[in-house]
Design a protein around this ligand. Structure first.
Ligand code: IP8
Length: 263
């Protein structure tokens, strides 16, 4: 059976220009694609980003206090729980057996190694039991006095992909894929070899301002490289426009897409 980790980008499912606003129509259409994929036998773990919930709350905390402290954890984790509740309702209303695993209750950041340690045992149990685990980018405490740290849904997607030995990780975003120059529609990169990521990153024109607290597309590429580099048979990664139902469906099913594939 094909195993897929599907990351729903925050910019895809929320309107980042308006704090705390969900793109409900879009979530509905994504859930429909997932429902069809699941009924055709795909096993899926869902991860979603922070969008105008987590990123807005994190930016507000940094603006007000200068940095994130443990006292930022309730506000940011609550913002993410609010978004997660809305996403979960869409899944449940569509009859999908989704169950939520909030990272702030299962993960800690390692102060010594600058990595995250999560207890995925219950999530994996849910997955092998035929349920659809849903988790999300969040804020987590440090294990030894450091932090707190934002754990991106991208980190979680790669960590979970390793745990379940996923065939594919699909990043559903609000763009068609990775462009050499985002202003040039003909510069979409259709495939990248994992080992070529560092070189390609030097050639790509990324926007000069950092788009959010987890560093957008450059952060995503680096994470893909770091988490999958060194794994002999790693999952294929697809970066696809999640607002296009046909493309999203093709990416989940492992078919050809207009987007960026990382092998
Ligand atoms: O949007 C960020 O998750 P991401 C989560 O997947 C927070 O990078 C709390 C900003």
């Amino acid at each position: 059976m094909r195993k897929v980790v599907l990351k729903l980008g925050g910019s895809l499912i929320t309107d980042k220009s308006k704090p705390f606003s969900v793109r409900s129509e879009r979530v509905l259409s994504i859930v429909e694609v997932i429902r069809e994929a699941v009924s055709s036998g795909i096993e899926v773990v869902i991860v979603h980003g922070g969008g105008s919930f987590g990123h807005f709350a994190a930016k507000s905390e940094i603006d007000e206090k200068g940095r994130l402290t443990n006292e930022s954890v309730p506000r940011i984790s609550d913002a993410m729980m609010e978004l997660n509740q809305i996403v979960m309702l869409h899944f449940l209303n569509a009859g999908l057996k989704a169950v939520s695993f909030p990272p702030h209750s299962i993960c800690l950041a390692s102060c010594q190694f600058s990595t995250f340690n999560c207890n995925f045992t219950p999530l994996l149990k849910a997955f092998v039991s035929g349920l659809i685990p849903v988790t999300f980018g969040d804020i987590v405490l440090g294990d030894n006095g450091c932090g707190p740290f934002i754990i991106s849904g991208d980190d979680l997607s790669m960590m979970i992909a390793r745990e379940i030995k996923a065939d594919s990780v699909v990043f559903a975003t609000d763009v068609d894929g990775v462009y050499r120059d985002p202003k040039d529609a003909s510069s979409l990169i259709s495939s990248i070899r994992l080992e070529d990521i560092p070189g390609i990153m030097k050639e790509i024109k990324f926007p000069s301002s950092v788009p959010d607290v987890t560093e957008g597309l450059p952060g995503k590429l680096l994470k893909i490289y770091r988490y999958l580099g060194g794994i002999s048979s790693h999952p294929v990664v697809a970066i696809v426009n999640g607002s296009l139902k046909g493309e999203l469906s093709a990416a989940i099913l492992g078919r050809k897409i207009r987007g960026t594939m990382i092998y």
